[in-house]
Design a protein around this ligand. Structure first.
Ligand SMILES: Cc1cc2nc3c(=O)[nH]c(=O)nc-3n(C[C@H](O)[C@H](O)[C@H](O)COP(=O)(O)OP(=O)(O)OC[C@H]3O[C@@H](n4cnc5c(N)ncnc54)[C@H](O)[C@@H]3O)c2cc1C
Length: 535
């Protein structure tokens, strides 16, 4: 909701573009390898990731502009790696505010200052704050430059039919309705997914009790980019408040509603203004401020049982909804898009069998369930669901006032990429290793030459070696070879000796590793991955 007198897209800091429906009607029904429904951040990312693999797509969105209102602000390091792979990270780095530190307060006193893992060997900071409007804008700028993506705005998908070798979509735009045949469909149409509905599928899971009002305000507050959590503050006894800085002097304020607090009353503009003023007073800001947007949310952990339904793959919020203070909805969705894109591309290009696609659900649903575990823990701490949880939470916070170790309980679990250890396409680990990342984990970063290890990886699979001549015998394979110095920073991070090798997938996760690598093992692992673990 915006203040009285301002339209939905009448923002204090962002100019929403307007997109027309497709003007050239001649080729609208031409069949495509991949159709993507939804040009939110996840659909845009999927289209870019497919284009990087050389796969054309049609991207359809019902709206005439980007999503409005307050949505994602926290983007994690691994998402920046994905954006980097897609050649889209530069404007994000320029606009966003990187951060490493959080502070928690209980009844006005600081009980914890935590730092997220960071070091000079990392190319990106652990977290960045940037409004979702910019996320969509910068992704769109990259999409608009990409000739392999046919983006169609004001184009709503209203029907879906299975064909023997694909699907047929019914698309409606202001000029009429047409059918579009696609070999494969990515449903990136958000939490209220039309495609999910058309397939008769339901998200399953839990709804949490707590309700939060989320308000964005603009003010020249000089506090650094440090996430603040206020437990049981004076202005909201028994409640929890989160405060985040964003670019353009925009601040995100999330405050919990009390049990029994009337939601209708809570979201009235005057009530929101009074509540925000009280929070600003609590954090010691007394200057002028303007209200940008507000809404009310509660936490859900909901997901589809299977992210694949025939030739349809669900990515992003259409497949899963996670509590917003877990800051993982969008981050998780970008990883979905990156994961399915390289697999689909290889199947379409005849480099892999369709069985590879069956690894999408276990990998990405596994990641979602892991997010649920962490997010549920945070949700219970932020908004205790029962009197018992409340008692325990408050006891921990009370203890933290005098015993710093107890403050650690108020430390939200840091967001780290999920390890696909149980995936059918990831090899078992080599027991010879003592340390380093195991198969399925995201490749850790290290400095290499003037840049970083991640800069050296190829667009497809990459074999990393440490001074061995292994690659000479593997020249016929469609992989990039990166040879690093034994004893280098990367060798140390990867616990490697000169005969060690790592096989890295296009999405930066490790497919297999060998302490003493042999060419046959590498060939087998690549075949195993591309065959979906079937051979
Ligand atoms: C207040 C708030 C704060 C959040 N904070 C964070 C955060 O800090 N970090 C984080 O990671 N996540 C956060 N999230 C979650 C994040 O915003 C979502 O996970 C993300 O927007 C999901 O992207 P998506 O592309 O899957 O779906 P959406 O962004 O919902 O996009 C779906 C698109 O599909 C289109 N569409 C729908 N139906 C059709 C149809 N039938 N035909 C054509 N097009 C259609 C819609 O127009 C829309 O553009 C937050 C969410 C909220 C609400």
């Amino acid at each position: 909701m915006r203040p009285a007198g301002r339209a939905d897209t009448d923002s204090l800091y962002f100019t929403y573009p307007h997109f027309d429906p497709p003007a050239d009607r001649s080729k609208l029904s031409a069949p495509v390898p991949v159709a993507i429904v939804g040009a939110g951040p996840v659909g845009l990312t999927a289209a870019l990731a497919l284009a990087r693999e050389g796969v054309p797509s049609v991207l359809l969105d019902a709206k005439a502009t980007f999503n409005d209102g307050s949505r994602a602000i926290c983007v994690a390091r691994q998402s920046y790696h994905i954006l980097d792979r897609l050649g889209a990270v530069a404007p994000f780095l320029e606009k966003s505010l990187g951060w490493t530190t959080g502070r928690s307060f209980y009844r006005g006193r600081q009980i914890l200052e935590f730092r997220m893992p960071d070091s000079p060997r990392e190319k990106f900071r652990p977290m960045y704050n940037i409004e979702q409007q910019y996320i969509e804008q910068f992704l769109w700028d990259a999409v608009a430059r990409e000739p392999l993506i046919d983006a169609r705005w004001q184009s709503r998908v209203t029907g879906l039919e299975d064909l023997a070798d694909g699907v047929s979509l019914t698309v409606e735009d202001p000029f009429g309705s047409y059918h579009l045949k696609a070999d494969w469909l990515l449903a990136a149409d958000g939490a209220r997914s039309t495609i999910r509905g058309l397939r008769g599928l339901r998200l399953k899971g839990e709804n949490f009790e707590g309700r939060y009002v989320i308000a964005d305000v603009q003010m020249a507050h000089d506090y650094p980019t440090i996430r603040r959590a206020l437990f049981d503050p004076d202005c909201r006894r028994g409640g929890t408040i989160l405060v985040h800085r964003q670019p353009d002097n925009i601040w995100r304020i999330d405050y919990q509603l009390r049990d029994g607090e009337d939601e209708k009353e809570a979201v009235r503009e005057e009530t929101v203004r009074a509540s925000v003023a009280a929070v600003l007073d609590e954090i010691g800001y007394s200057g002028p401020w303007e209200l940008e947007w507000w809404s009310v949310y509660s936490a859900n952990t909901l997901a589809l049982d299977d992210y694949r339904d025939g030739r349809v793959f669900f990515i992003g919020d259409s497949a899963h909804i996670v509590p917003i203070f877990g800051v993982r909805g969008l981050n998780n969705g970008l990883a979905d898009a990156h994961n399915i894109a390289w697999k689909l591309a290889r199947v379409l290009q005849g480099k892999a069998g369709e069985a590879l696609l069956d690894s999408y659900t276990p990998e990405r649903r596994g990641a979602t369930l892991d997010v649920f575990t962490n997010a549920s823990r945070s949700a219970r701490f932020m908004t205790p669901p029962t009197a018992g949880w409340q008692l325990m939470r408050d006891a921990a916070l009370n203890l933290a006032l005098s015993h710093p170790f107890a403050g650690a309980l108020a430390n939200p679990r840091q967001m780290t990429p999920y390890t696909y250890a149980d995936s059918p396409i990831v090899a078992g680990d080599d027991p010879e290793f003592d340390g380093g990342p195991s198969p399925g984990a995201a490749l850790p970063e290290a400095r290499a030459g003037d840049g970083f290890l991640s800069d050296l990886l190829g667009p497809g699979f990459t074999l990393i070696t440490f001074g061995s001549d292994l690659a000479a015998t593997l020249e016929d394979l469609d992989i990039t070879h990166v040879d690093l110095q034994p004893g280098s920073e990367a060798a140390e991070v990867l616990a490697a000796k000169p005969t060690t090798a790592y096989l890295v997938r296009p999405d930066l996760h490790i497919a297999a590793r060998w302490y003493d690598a042999r060419p046959e093992g590498i060939r087998q692992a690549l075949t195993h991955s591309l065959a979906g673990g079937a051979e």
